[in-house]
Design a protein around this ligand. Sequence first.
Ligand code: SAM
Ligand code: DTB
Ligand code: SF4
Length: 323
Amino acid sequence: MLGEIRHDWTCEQIESLFALPFQDLIFEAQRIHREHHSPNTVQMSTLLSVKTGACPEDCAYCPQSVRYETGLDRESLLAVGEVVRAAQAAQAAGATRFCMGAAWRTPKKKDMEVMTTMIREVRALGMETCATLGMLTREQAQELRAAGLDYYNHNIDSSPEFYEQIITTREFADRLDTLEAVREAGMNVCCGGIVGMGETLHDRARMLQVLANLPQHPESVPINQLVAVPGTPLADAAPVDPFDFVRMIAVARIVMPASYVRLSAGREAMSDELQALTFLAGANSIFYGEKLLTTGNPDATRDRGLLARLGIAPESERGAAHA
Ligand code: SAM
Ligand code: DTB
Ligand code: SF4
């Protein structure tokens, strides 16, 4: 029966979901969505790049890798006060979670000192905290947890097989080790991937299989549509068929029924109608604010307008709406 929490998905079962007629797939995803979530609510996280560019890794999609000429101004680690001010502004605009991203392979000792202070201060505002800082050891994960970090974002990005064509500086297994360290430290996991890098439908199904068969489903599953940045090896990647993107969201919803599925990068290029279809397919979280890490995102006015037209309430206002 679809809609159960399972960890034993075969790739064939997931591929057969992708093969369903569009209407049947969306109907099933929406049915499961309603069993596990409030249907007219969306969770909103705001991102801030706290350390930008000059990353030693070679992720083919990423404008922040030192190996590609993307015209990005590199910045060293921001001061804590500056980050706290940005978090306050995000909270005032309606975000419930603040996500701090750094272009590191893994944080160094002195980075950890600043990050733990930053996390403590953002949490003191009453916001949920999230960070994405690269690979973590068990000790680093414990340290972040002790500072009050609620979520750690670390994506598997694609299938284990396709991964090697996208990143050569670390292995798929390294990603799984970090995810395990995050879990062991007692943090919530935010883990998803990217669609539109030239992967096959089989790779998309495999990626969702790996996520769904983790010992515990990630609480948050970001599905990014590639933002093809000039200068990166994927600058000329073919765009994704919008219906295939919606299918990816729907299948993620079906195989991880209780998780938040986040409509992530790529929203700026999506029409309002396409975004509405992804909500119908089970997306219930977005990145909110005019910037992702280094690339654009719809501005708050456009998002507020869209949510209002759809009768969807941000999670921060749900209490008020129901009162
Ligand atoms: N450096 C850390 C790491 O890789 O774990 C954290 C930041 S990294 C930018 C976070 C995630 O953003 C990546 O794993 C990838 O899934 C996503 N991402 C990066 N560039 C993207 C792009 N151009 N389009 C879509 N998603 C992207
Ligand atoms: C995720 O899955 N997507 C976000 C967040 N986690 C850190 C990042 C998207 C980055 C898009 C490219 C950029 O803005 O640099
Ligand atoms: Fe570095 Fe993360 Fe970008 Fe990869 S995705 S190049 S690790 S910032």
